[in-house]
Design a binder for this molecule. Sequence first.
Ligand code: ADP
Ligand code: GLC
Length: 478
Amino acid sequence: MGGKVLSVASECVPLIKTGGLADVVGALPAALAPLGWEMRVLLPAYRSLRHHFEEDPEAWPEVWFEAGLWGGDGRVFAGQVDGIEVLLLDAPHLFDREGGPYNHSGSDWPDNPQRFAALSWIGAQLARDGIAGWKPEVLHAHDWQAGLAPAYLAYHGNGGCRSVMTVHNIAFQGRAPTELLGELRLPGWAFHPGALEYFGGLSSLKAGLITADRITTVSPSYAAELMRPEFGMGLEGVIAERAGVVSGILNGVDTGIWSPEAAAENGYSARNLAGKAAARAAMSREFGLDVPGPIAIVVSRLTDQKGIDLLPAVTPGFIEAGGGLVVLGAGDPALEGAMRDLAARFPGRVAVTIGYDEALSRRLFQGGDAVLVPSRFEPCGLTQMYGLRYGTVPVVAAVGGLGDTVINASPLALAAGAATGITFWPTDALALSQALRRLVALYADRGLWLKMQRMAMAQPVGWETSAAAYAALYEGLR
Ligand code: ADP
Ligand code: GLC
């Protein structure tokens, strides 16, 4: 049947990205279109995005005006970027600043509650009233930044528009002090533990979770994990209470971009892996590496979530066994320092680039033998799926979406030809070092390794199945 969906988010590839959220928000419109669902994406007009409507006002007409949007006027401009129908919320007093979307020089913007309340408020207004005749049936809110959008629909009228709240990462909850209740346009009568109150304050994510018509998260395992205290981070009870409307829909990856066949140089396929060997050699030259065993890559935010702190303990043993490590990442300064130390300690075996570099990340996925994802929790994870697509065997902690996407090389799975990678549990140095030992052994068995690489590359990691699941979810709300 199909229909219209307004996606409300703080990131979207190719406009603004700090993590996988952006990839998913940017990929959904094209994935849903063949199923009859037309999606537009509402984003804040951060400073880096203003040039779109400033330089080409004809292609970016103003479609909404609102005075008094938390200290200034708000305007929405509508245009197209790479085929995505984008709505940019221009509220210069909230978004036209130097720095990242959520913080600058390491500290959160103090007015984040108001900034993303404004995004959510406008999202709810557009969903309720429609934009120049374009009236969505569903508002799809992503993470805490859009958490108040379903709440505004619930408390201020939804005009027939239903809502979906997707949790990409429960670790970010949009906390705010109780004093902001009125300022954030939330009703006092709903301030109790069964509704808006959250550990003595407010949480925009909780507000979304209690008011949305449906809750989704980005893998089936994470949907189950979220109802347990180890992973729910305080919201487990809220989610468990709504278990009947919770589902896990695995992310896909854009295989038009992330695929070894699409590589500019040293392209390859499952049938002809010669290009992969050439890419490995090129990567080794680029970083001055000489590694007899498997080269493991890490492309990641350097944070506690990702288990990066375990690398210093396990790397010496891995190097001793013949392995090598290439890290690309940025984040926690202590972890950045620890990675630099590793590179200094093992020249020729460990290379570290601190920074964010998508072109380099692609060279690593092409050239690496394995991709390491030792996360403590992982709602879905995209890099293990890139690994599958590139035949860069994933070595992952068996949590969340990592466990859902990688088939462990157990003796039986290997014998059956089903294995696509190595999983380990729990996320600690012992289990990770054992996983790396298995990696070295498997890599040494060329026949088995090749079989596993090919199996990995044959996995469907595109958006087709998941887009159909979202379409079915929206359909069920009409
Ligand atoms: P998360 O969203 O938790 O960071 P995901 O695996 O879902 O984890 O998505 C991370 C995305 O960011 C992937 O597309 C990954 O390739 C990319 N990425 C992370 N760090 C870097 C980096 N330093 N350089 C380039 N790309 C990166
Ligand atoms: C979050 C999660 C990651 C997921 C991404 C996209 O950033 O940490 O696991 O893949 O969102 O849903």
